[in-house]
Design a binder for this molecule. Structure first.
Ligand SMILES: C[S@@+](CC[C@H](N)C(=O)[O-])C[C@H]1O[C@@H](n2cnc3c(N)ncnc32)[C@H](O)[C@@H]1O
Length: 216
C-alpha cells in the first residue's frame, strides 16, 4: 500500500473516532500525564510558538494553552480538526489554530517553533526518519521536541489488522533522533495503558522523549 493510501485509511479511521474521542477517560488521563511531564521537562513560556502534531482533539495542548504563546494544532484527520475547532470556539481560546497537515506529503509550514509536541502519533507515521528530520528543521535553534508514544510492543496494542509501528525501542529511536540532528535526548515513562487480552491484562507503557535542536 502506498503512503497516500495508508494516510487516507488512517484519516478515515480517526474521522470516525473523533466525536467520541474525548469520552474516553484513558485518553484524557494519558494526555494530562503527558502534559504534566512536558511542563516539568521544558521551561514553558507565554512567548513560545508551539506545534502539536497529530493533535487529535487537542487533549495534550488544551492543558498547556495558558503557558504557551501561539499553538498550531495539526492533524491529517478533518474529523479531529472539526472537534478541535468546536472546542476552541466553545472555550473562546485565542492562541490555538487548527491546520490540516500531513508532514510526509504536504509542504511544511513556513514558521519555526520553540516547541513541538506529539502524542501517540509517531507510530502512525510510516517514515520515522523523515518525520524526525522534519521536526528538527521546523524547530528554532534551541527549540524542544517532545514525543510521547508506546514503548516497543508485540503488535497486540492495535491488533494484526492495523498497519502501524509496534511502538518504539528507546535506544533505536534515540539514535534516529540524533541522526536527525537532535540533541539532549532523554526518555521517561509517563503512563501505562492497560488492555484486557485473552491471556489476561497487558500493560503498554508510554514514554516521553524530550530532545532539543542544537544552537540556542
Ligand atoms: C492516537 S491519535 C492521538 C491524538 C492526540 N494526540 C491524543 O493524544 O489524544 C493519533 C492522531 O494522529 C493523527 N495522525 C495520524 N497520522 C498522521 C499524519 N501522517 N499526519 C498528521 N496527523 C496524523 C490522527 O489523525 C490522530 O488524530
Amino acid at each position: 500500500m502506498t503512503h497516500t493510501q495508508l494516510t487516507q485509511l488512517d484519516a478515515a479511521h480517526f474521522d470516525s473516532k473523533a466525536r467520541q474521542w474525548d469520552d474516553n477517560p484513558v485518553f484524557q488521563e494519558r494526555a494530562l500525564k503527558i502534559a504534566e511531564a512536558v511542563r516539568k521537562a521544558v521551561p514553558l513560556r507565554r512567548d513560545m510558538n508551539a506545534l502539536d502534531y497529530g493533535c487529535g482533539t487537542g487533549l495534550l495542548s488544551f492543558p498547556l494553552k495558558d503557558e504557551l504563546g501561539a499553538i498550531l494544532l495539526a492533524d491529517s484527520s478533518g474529523g479531529m480538526l472539526d472537534v478541535v475547532t468546536g472546542k476552541i470556539a466553545a472555550q473562546g481560546v485565542a492562541n490555538m489554530t487548527p491546520l490540516k497537515l500531513d508532514l510526509l506529503t504536504d509542504p511544511p509550514p513556513a514558521q519555526r517553533f520553540d516547541l513541538i509536541v506529539t502524542s501517540m502519533t509517531l507510530h502512525h507515521v510510516p517514515d520515522t526518519d523523515h518525520i524526525l528530520r522534519t521536526f528538527h528543521d521546523l524547530l528554532q535553534p534551541g527549540g524542544y521536541l517532545c514525543i510521547a508514544d508506546l514503548d516497543q510492543e508485540d503488535g497486540s496494542f492495535h491488533g494484526p489488522e492495523v498497519d502501524v509501528h509496534h511502538g518504539f525501542d528507546r535506544a533505536e529511536l534515540s539514535q534516529r533522533a540524533a541522526q536527525a540532528g537532535l540533541a539532549d535526548i532523554q526518555f521517561q515513562t509517563v503512563f501505562s495503558i492497560a488492555k484486557e487480552r485473552e491471556s489476561g491484562a497487558q500493560d503498554y507503557p508510554v514514554f516521553l522523549m524530550t530532545a532539543r535542536r542544537a544552537g540556542a
